[in-house]
Design a protein around this ligand. Sequence first.
Ligand code: HGY
Ligand code: MN
Ligand code: MN
Length: 415
Amino acid sequence: MIDGHGLCVQLDALARISSQADGLTRLVMSAEHRKANDLVATWMRAAGMRVHEDAIGNIIGRYEGLQPEAPALIVGSHLDSVRHAGRYDGPLGVLAAIAGVAALHQRGEKLAHAIEVIGFCDEEGTRFGATMLGSRAVAGSFDDAALALRDDEGISLAEAMQRFGLDPEALASAARRPGDCLGYLELHIEQGPVLEALGLPCAAVTAINGATRLAVTLTGTAGHAGTVPMAGRHDALCAAAACVLAVEDAALAAGLVATVGRLELRNGAINVIPGEVHFTIDLRAPQDDLRHRTLASLEAQMRHLCERRGVGLKVSKLHELAATPCAPHMIAAIDRACTGLGLEPHHLASGAGHDGMAMAALCPIGMIFLRCKGGISHHPDESITPEDACLGASLLLEVMRAPGLTSVNAASHKF
Ligand code: HGY
Ligand code: MN
Ligand code: MN
């Protein structure tokens, strides 16, 4: 069994690498990204892995199999965070994978396949809005348009890469060949309350909900708060307020989830009628056609609300990933490993997005969920117990070693 306490000590050490004095924020292409990659690289080397950083800033450790250069099972998660984050969302999957390889290395165990542990550089999309930059680059689905996206300081992803020491022109070299990858496996906190309520520590993930992220701009007419009559106003913030409630209504009506997580009033002042408002929409559903239908009707509704108020509306798509099923043979391998460890197998769909959505374009994917306290995530109160860390990491190792997991070669996976 993996040392759950030791794993939690490492997670605490990694959590101290933050741009925020009173919490955890670690953004892609930042000084904290560099420090985190360097720390994770030392742990990878200590586990007997050969380490390199790829063209998008993912940190990658390789543990060779019995045959050198054999296809690899990729195991990992992301090292970036949301703002004011918890310390397990992402890093748990990377450090648990390293702990598993360290256990193999310690006992001199070699597998028929190689293991590659990847700490992805950006899954959350916190800094530039588009998500899964690292896993998309590995899967060969990186959208070069993302290079022009700018952060809150107006720095583009391309500039940030150059400052980080990377060449945006070399991005394509991060893409892996399907034949080199047997599958992708990730351990991640559930970020929901189900496992805790069931009294179960772990579950195999069946599928990951599809997601769309939109950037919305409303353009009204700024004016003097004291002199412009209410009837003649084109108040961008009132229009935005109506649109935000329309997002909530659409989600409730369709039975899916939608969130306005950021809203910004440009050049706001107490005595000025708001002229320009920007906000984001994050909308997710288990079925892609439901998500697409809901988005179409929501955009029509927002257009109608804005026209009535004489406010311009611009909607642009930041990110979209289809609902992603996990591979049946990987779910079965997780169930077998659960039984082997005396755990009750359980299946759960994921409402949260994960790097597996991007990696599914490259190879079969599997995910293990680990119970987290109160289902809290994307918050400093995110927490797991060392005992559960031990179970999750040990289960991950058993799946990494499972012969059945890799008997299905990548060629049989539809791309
Ligand atoms: O947004 C998500 O679902 C994930 O945490 N990136
Ligand atoms: Mn995550
Ligand atoms: Mn997250």
